[in-house]
Write a protein that binds this ligand. Structure first.
Ligand SMILES: Cc1ncc(CO)c(N)n1
Length: 215
């Protein structure tokens, strides 16, 4: 039988493919992403890691019991340790100062506020859809792209971080958790989650487009 996460992937194939074949992803895959685009991405992405920390904290507060809270706290710690540490180092190494970049680009704001609003106002299942939407999609393209030879070592490391076993476990946990949550939901609730999943992918697409500039 089709699981709920499989249903979401089937119902939103087109949006999923648009992200998997996004210009940003294809430029990395073909080893031709301009350094200035990656630098701009790093600024927006570093800000999103802070947002993700808030989203996970909200998710932990809504988790139904201690086993989920324990797992999600591990994820939160990885964001605070591995990811924040990596961002500080890579921005310094590439001499990128976030203050030199715009902080009001619509694609970046829509993604941040869309995710944060749902995490604040929504249910635990909605939180799981947000992070399943973001992480499973990243695992998929990064896994594919990690097979290629990438000449920029920072891009290579960033892709590897999202293709390796630890991240796969994290994204896979969200997928299983979503399927578990969906078992007790009505069809009305499930179709609302399906619409939210499509929103997340669209926010992601516009966020990544924004790395190319201010259009
Ligand atoms: C913008 C964005 N979406 C998803 C992920 C996956 O965690 C990420 N690191 N950044």
């Amino acid at each position: 039988m089709e699981t709920f996460s499989e249903r979401l992937l089937r119902e939103h194939q087109d949006t999923w493919q648009a992200m998997q074949q996004h210009r940003f992803v294809c430029d990395i895959e073909q080893d031709r992403l301009p350094a200035e685009v990656f630098n701009r991405y790093l600024v927006f992405e570093g800000q999103f890691v802070s947002t993700a920390i808030a989203i996970f904290a909200l998710g932990i507060s809504k988790a139904p019991d201690i086993s989920q809270q324990r797992w999600l706290t591990g994820v939160l710690n990885a964001l605070l340790d591995t990811q924040i540490t990596w961002f500080d180092a890579v921005l310094a190494k590439r001499q990128v100062s976030p203050a030199d970049y715009p902080n009001d680009l619509p694609g970046v704001i829509r993604f941040r506020d869309g995710m944060l609003n749902v995490a604040r106002e929504g249910s635990y299942a909605q939180f799981i859809v947000l992070m399943f939407g973001a992480e499973w999609m990243y695992y998929s393209w990064c896994k594919r792209v990690s097979e290629k030879s990438l000449s920029d070592e920072d891009i290579r490391r960033w892709v590897e971080l999202h293709a390796e076993e630890e991240f796969f476990q994290q994204a896979g946990w969200l997928k299983t958790e979503l399927d578990r949550c969906a078992q007790t939901l009505s069809e009305t609730e499930k179709s609302a989650l399906s619409a939210l999943y499509d929103d997340v992918l669209r926010w992601e697409i516009d966020f990544h487009t924004q790395a190319y500039g201010e259009e």
